[in-house]
Design a protein around this ligand. Structure first.
Ligand code: UDP
Length: 257
């Protein structure tokens, strides 16, 4: 397990099929992001699951992005399994939706501004409203469905620049959301004059779960590592995507033979 120096603490990291994943708890990840923002840093973070890793193996650009993010949290039981196989166990999983929720709690204390980009029209607004209700003090910098298409980058960047958020949640699904942030976060930040930083995070279907557009697996299934099965039953058309899980298991077993 190699140690990397993050902004202020030593955090362990393990490389899974070339993608670095950090050994952080939900609480530690939250502290790190808080510190980045307080220090005025502009950083991208990612929530790595097996689908991310298989997409990164197919797409060198996505691999490059994941190798340069400030923090990659282990999102998913498959990541913990792979790390254990490599004899570098990670302590716990950090679901992206829970990190996003907790970061909104931190933002509400600092009165930071959060921007919600992505999902179907109207969903980002409803997700932001639900979080503002849960965390009074959370400032909604803006919401926009937008599109991950590079044609729309300039217009979306202009909107977000004007809103000056400290937290930017992007829900375009992986890898589009992470590629979007890698392309555009530096352009957004170059116009931010405040000494407070900005952290961007891809959040997948999180807005859908917060608003009830999609339903998360019950806790017992999540605890048993069966979230993927729940999703497969509810959204069977995703079976092709879920073949990635099988490929991930095979690739990990080959790598650690
Ligand atoms: N999405 C979007 N624009 C697109 C494609 C997807 O806003 O062009 C949104 C979609 O509405 C959903 C989110 O991206 O809210 C993530 O979807 P998915 O469940 O596929 O993501 P995952 O959690 O599996 O990465």
């Amino acid at each position: 397990l190699s140690l990397v120096v993050s902004t202020y603490i030593l955090i362990g990291q393990v490389s899974i099929l070339g993608v670095p994943v950090h050994d952080v708890t939900l609480h530690e990840a939250c502290d790190l992001v808080e510190h980045m923002i307080v220090q005025g840093e502009v950083q991208q973070i990612a929530t790595v699951n097996p689908e991310f890793i298989m997409a990164a193996r197919r797409g060198p650009e996505f691999m490059y992005v994941l190798q340069h993010t400030a923090l990659n949290v282990p999102d998913g039981i498959g990541i913990l399994w792979a790390a254990r196989r490599k004899q570098h166990p990670l302590r716990t999983r950090v679901p992206g939706i829970e990190l996003m929720d907790k970061l909104c709690g931190v933002a509400s204390i600092h009165r930071w501004r959060a921007y919600f980009l992505g999902a179907q029209p109207g969903v980002a607004e409803r997700a932001a409203a639900a979080l503002a209700l849960k965390y009074p003090g959370l400032m909604i910098a803006g919401t926009y469905a937008g599109s991950p298409s590079p044609n729309e980058d300039a217009e979306i960047v202009a909107r977000i620049r004007a809103a000056q958020p400290q937290l930017l949640f992007v829900a375009f699904g992986a890898p589009s959301q992470d590629m979007w942030l890698a392309r555009n976060l530096p352009r957004i930040a170059s116009q931010v004059h405040s000494p407070i930083g900005c952290v961007g995070m891809g959040v997948g279907g999180a807005f859908d779960f917060i608003t009830g557009v999609q339903v998360r697996a019950p806790e017992w299934m999540r605890d048993a590592g069966l979230e993927w099965l729940y999703r497969l039953v509810r959204q069977p058309w995703r079976w092709k995507r879920q073949l990635n899980l099988v490929r991930f298991v095979a690739a990990t077993m080959l790598e650690s033979r």
